[in-house]
Design a protein around this ligand. Structure first.
Ligand SMILES: Nc1ncnc2c1ncn2[C@@H]1O[C@H](COP(=O)(O)OP(=O)(O)OP(=O)(O)O)[C@@H](O)[C@H]1O
Length: 373
């Protein structure tokens, strides 16, 4: 492993911002630190950079503790949210900065600057003033500047979050390609799961100073380790194992994203639309389940509280029942479907979406369901 963090804690006075973090980043691997605001992501990154002193633990590179190595000698490249370019230098002057510090000859500098600007899609921008670039262009220059000296590790702190949404999404794809082409080993801080999943080979989800789960994006997305991680990853509703088995045919505690239920005239569930919100590419509904099961007229609400209400939900004959005993602690949607437990998010197409008060049929999209734990 190239970078290894063992038992890293960082304190700001009485506050422990990072607690006992273990994490490894392999050669050529991109790992995203993902978590809500204030969970300690930036502090951990700064500790790796040498900008914060850990109160405990070891930051090692290729097995060697870097505690005694000052920031500028660690061979790590840094990119922050706002780029922090030198305003009095032109684009080439910014990108060449690290090479100049290393006293690389002028010709070497020029060739490397040209190469990096091509790589970040800014060929020909050498003499442009950085103050006259767009936010997205400035971040590309910052990235080129960080990559120019061939850092052994790239540390990116919310590199795209100052940009507007559309630009952020397209630059995230570019950045993912760039990191792969440059063969970079990188640790990227972000609070945006789309961005983390676009960029990273592995995602480390942080909460309250600790890493709660590390894994490939698809695994973390499909199998969050606990309810909080599931909620952070967009699961607005959590069902206990028994409810999930009866409603969805999944015998485990699950988190549902809005896309888990979608309007489909042939769907097995029946619901009443309570609210409707238009989003970019779909319509988001709040619905109350009023009927379920493959037979029209089966009434989930009426079944509420009835012990053994096995007729609720898709036909479960032959389904694996073992999950019914799964721990349901923390589940907010419970078997019985009474009151707010009946309310779910769902999606509908933009064309002719249903309105509040309408009855709709819903189909289950298993890509919108995460199995928890
Ligand atoms: N210089 C500091 N002095 C004191 N407390 C700090 C300092 N920097 C951060 N903290 C605190 O440490 C905790 C972690 O902060 P940190 O900036 O690492 O979180 P983060 O996950 O990166 O959040 P964000 O996404 O909002 O930047 C927070 O409670 C924060 O208030």
């Amino acid at each position: 492993m190239a970078l290894e963090l063992n038992g890293i804690s960082v304190r700001y006075g009485a506050v422990e911002a990072v607690s006992d973090v273990d994490l490894a980043v392999g050669d050529g691997e991109v790992v995203a630190l993902l978590g809500p605001s204030g969970c300690g992501k930036s502090t951990l990154l700064r500790a790796v950079a040498g900008l914060e002193q850990p109160s405990a633990g070891v930051v090692a590179w290729d097995g060697v503790d870097v505690a005694g190595t000052p920031v500028h000698r660690r061979g790590f490249g840094l990119v922050f949210q706002d780029g922090q370019l030198f305003p009095h230098r032109d684009v080439a002057g910014n990108v060449a900065f690290g090479l100049r510090m290393r006293r690389e000859p002028r010709e070497v500098r020029r060739a490397r600057v040209d190469e990096l600007l091509e790589l970040v899609g800014l060929g020909g921008y050498q003499r442009r003033k950085v103050t006259e670039l767009s936010g997205g262009e400035q971040q590309r220059v910052a990235l080129a500047r960080a990559l120019a000296p061939r850092p052994r590790l790239l540390l990116l702190d919310e590199p795209l979050s100052a940009l507007d949404r559309a630009l952020r999404e397209s630059l995230a794809v570019d950045l993912a390609r760039l990191l792969r082409e440059a063969g970079a080993t990188a640790l990227v801080v972000t609070h945006d799961h789309d961005e983390a999943f676009t960029l990273a080979d592995r995602v480390a989800v942080m909460r309250a100073g600790r890493i709660r789960q590390v894994g490939p994006p698809s695994l973390v997305w499909r199998s969050p380790v606990d309810v909080e991680v599931a909620r952070f990853l967009g699961c607005g509703k959590v069902l206990g194992a028994e409810a999930a088995r009866r409603l969805l045919g999944v015998p485990a505690r699950v988190g549902l994203r809005a896309t888990a239920l979608r309007v489909d005239p042939d769907g097995p569930l029946s619901a009443e639309v309570l609210e409707r919100v238009h989003r970019r590419d779909h319509v988001r509904l709040l619905v109350r389940l009023v009927g379920a099961g493959s037979e029209p007229g089966a009434d989930a609400a009426a079944a509420a509280g009835e012990a053994g209400a096995e007729q609720v939900g898709p036909d479960q004959a032959g389904a694996d029942q073992a999950g019914a005993g799964v721990d349901r602690s923390g589940a907010t949607g419970v078997p019985g479907f009474g009151g707010v437990a009946d309310e779910f998010e769902a999606v509908a197409p933009v064309a002719a979406p249903p309105a509040p008060g309408d009855r709709v049929r819903l189909a289950v999209d298993h890509d919108g369901i995460a199995v928890i734990g």
